[in-house]
Design a protein around this ligand. Sequence first.
Ligand code: NAP
Length: 344
Amino acid sequence: MRLISVTIGILALIVCTTAKLAPTIRLSSGYDIPVIGLGTFESTAGDAEQAVKDAIDAGYRHIDTAFLYGNEVEVGNAIRAKIDEGVIKREDIFITTKLWSTFHEPEQVEKAFQRSFDNLNLGYIDLYLIHYPVSYRRVLQNIRLPSDDVNAFYVFPVDKDGKSQTTDVDYVDTWLAMEKLVQSGRVRSIGISNFNSVQTDRILSIATIKPVTNQIECHPNLNQRKLINFSGQRNITITAYSPLGRPHTQSGKKLAISDPKVLELAQKYRKTPAQVVLRYTLQNGAIIIPKSTNKNRIQENFNIFDFELSDTDMQIMHDLNNNYRLINFESDKDNKNYPFNIDF
Ligand code: NAP
């Protein structure tokens, strides 16, 4: 028995010392974030835990989850398992989770955060984001749960005609409640997601603690050059979600990963189309968080630090931009905080 655990320990050490790590960027909070993280949206129960373990073995030290994804417990379990195996220490890994839109009222923020904090059970959260600037009504779905339980509500509440039930909570008030979480010491950095430039500046105009990142949809077909430049000037990083363009969806199939020009570049650099697409967004100035639950693809997506797209090839990639948005929350477009009604 002892021999087995010693062997596991040695193997863990070998994995730990052989996996090459990704570069990091310094956030305005003073903490460092690895430029690639594992996405976990739609990583279902069972899959998410193994995917996070495989990612850590492959060298990922940044994991992106959210209350919405329903897998915080599994993500936390996987990270703790890797800490127990001796592969990583807590401080080696950067974990992001997000406040969902049903909890935007300032008095709800603490409660929602505490649930994510308990779900992950990692001692502290590296980064907590406002997931989306539009707020939703809390509509009870599970009458067996008390109404102070965050799991008692629909995450996408709709009325009897199927219309999205949004509210007008001001995300600026939500932000002030987010700042208190940092002051409590349970989260190191805070940020925003799906915010446009005007909304970002509104936050900056009242913030004592600045958002360190804006997590937005970003891939070659929606390359977000304007928002990346705008945010850079304000020392806010951009984290690119759906960086592969969600190739499993009907719309995603039409995007860069299947474009003949990308296939050509993939041949030229002896890389896969996915690697070219991810490398592009990295060189375009964003942190990337590709999702996979497949061990080989988790590794493939990480192997992008041994080549660089030339300026000419970057221009070929820039030219693929057609502002195609995959995730547009269209049913919320009449809400005053809907972020995608302006250019950027
Ligand atoms: P994505 O990462 O662009 O695409 C994920 C899809 O690509 C999965 O179906 C995956 O399938 C497949 N895939 C992975 N690697 C591949 C490869 N090398 N070649 C071909 N296909 C590959 O899309 P996403 O999940 O929407 O975005 C990534 C992460 O961003 C999410 O998981 C989530 O953490 C975050 N996100 C945030 C927001 C937000 O509002 N803040 C919104 C959406 C997403 P397999 O798993 O089978 O490999």
